[in-house]
Design a protein around this ligand. Structure first.
Ligand SMILES: *[C@@H]1O[C@H](CO)[C@@H](O)[C@H](O)[C@H]1NC(C)=O
Length: 340
């Protein structure tokens, strides 16, 4: 009997200790979670475009709606964070369908009629002055890598589309990093202030190491943008690059356009229906057709490796100058990667 009593009191003590430990652990965990959330919130959060589809503004923010993730920065590695972003972007076409075909179609079947026109049978961008000019910091992908990618994309995609496609200029493949001023929160600057920004970005570039990157996947968004989504195998992570640029450019808009971890470049923009002949074998199931197209691109491009070693400070005098071959002024900086 005494034994049983002893055993009973022992188990109660053990249970009590477990219970108290569980409460302490849970409380600390919640506190850690709250801290990391408040540290990251308000810095780089996604924002949902409220502008009408097909406007210039939406063209640049095509993917922002997909980035509405609530990450606790310190709890997730940049690599995992990128993977989750890319998963979400890949799901977008399934969830929303091919929105770029449904809205604002013109008689020439160009859905983005205020950005592009058909001239002598070919698609041309309609350029519009940016006032004040947008000041973007982008990583540059050299033509050593962009030209083979661009050729592969054209070879696979071109047979299915007549004129209703716009290809990113392969001399201007870039990864958008951080804006000193953008169209949503313009930050006007004098020439002196611009020179000060240029010097700050130059100094920052010296502290960054070239990035070895690998193409994780090609994604087609519901707004018709064909994107390359990349992972980083070595070099300075985009999260660090953006943080350093924020420090170097204290006047920059608090709200940036992209998630802090993303590393993406746009390859092309689909502007309308694929040719009728392309659809014959797909029972007119557009989403299925696009899935197969993206699968073919992935088969050839997934795993493509590149090295990024230049940071550009770009003044875009036309809206979307980098995307539409508009007027711009570019300052190029080699990533210095200090060795010590
Ligand atoms: C592509 O960009 C390069 C470099 O800015 C430029 O020289 C070339 O004219 C552009 N191509 C087109 C078709 O605009």
């Amino acid at each position: 009997m005494a034994r049983v009593l002893q055993w009973w009191s022992h188990s109660k003590t053990v249970a009590l200790i477990w219970f108290v430990s569980a409460i302490v652990f849970y409380t600390l965990f919640q506190m850690a979670l709250r801290n990391s959330n408040s540290a990251s919130s308000g810095r780089y959060y996604a924002f949902i475009p409220s502008l009408p589809f097909g406007s210039r503004e939406n063209f640049v923010e095509f993917d922002l709606a997909l980035m509405n993730f609530d990450f606790a920065d310190s709890l997730v590695s940049s690599e995992v964070r990128r993977s989750k972003l890319y998963d979400g972007m890949a799901r977008d076409l399934d969830e929303k369908g091919a929105a770029f075909l449904k809205q604002g179609e013109t008689s020439q079947s160009l859905s983005l009629s205020d950005i592009f026109t058909l001239k002598d049978g070919s698609v041309e961008p309609v350029l519009k002055a940016a006032n004040p000019p947008v000041r973007a910091n982008v990583l540059y992908l050299s033509t050593e890598y962009s030209v083979p990618i661009s050729e592969t994309v054209k070879r696979i995609v071109n047979p299915y589309f007549d004129k209703s496609i716009w290809f990113q200029n392969s001399s201007l493949y870039h990864f958008s990093m951080f804006h000193a001023s953008h169209h949503i929160t313009p930050v006007p600057a004098t020439e002196d202030e611009i020179e000060a920004e240029v010097n700050a970005v130059r100094a920052t570039s010296k502290t960054l190491c070239p990035l070895n990157i690998v193409l994780d996947r090609v994604v087609l968004t519901s707004t018709g943008v064909l994107l390359g989504c990349w992972q980083v195998t070595s070099g300075t992570d985009p999260v660090t690059i953006r943080a350093k640029l924020r420090t170097a450019l204290p006047r920059a808009p608090e709200k940036q356009l992209y998630d802090a971890a993303i590393l993406h470049t746009s390859f092309a923009r689909l502007l309308g229906q694929p040719k009728a002949s392309a659809m014959d074998s797909h029972n007119s199931d557009l989403v299925q057709f696009f899935h197969e197209l993206v699968a073919r691109l992935n088969m050839e491009l997934r795993g493509f490796r590149a090295v990024v070693s230049e940071l550009w400070y770009v003044e875009e005098y036309d809206v979307l100058a980098l995307a539409l071959n508009g007027r711009m002024k570019v300052r190029r900086f080699q990533l210095g990667c200090p060795t010590n």
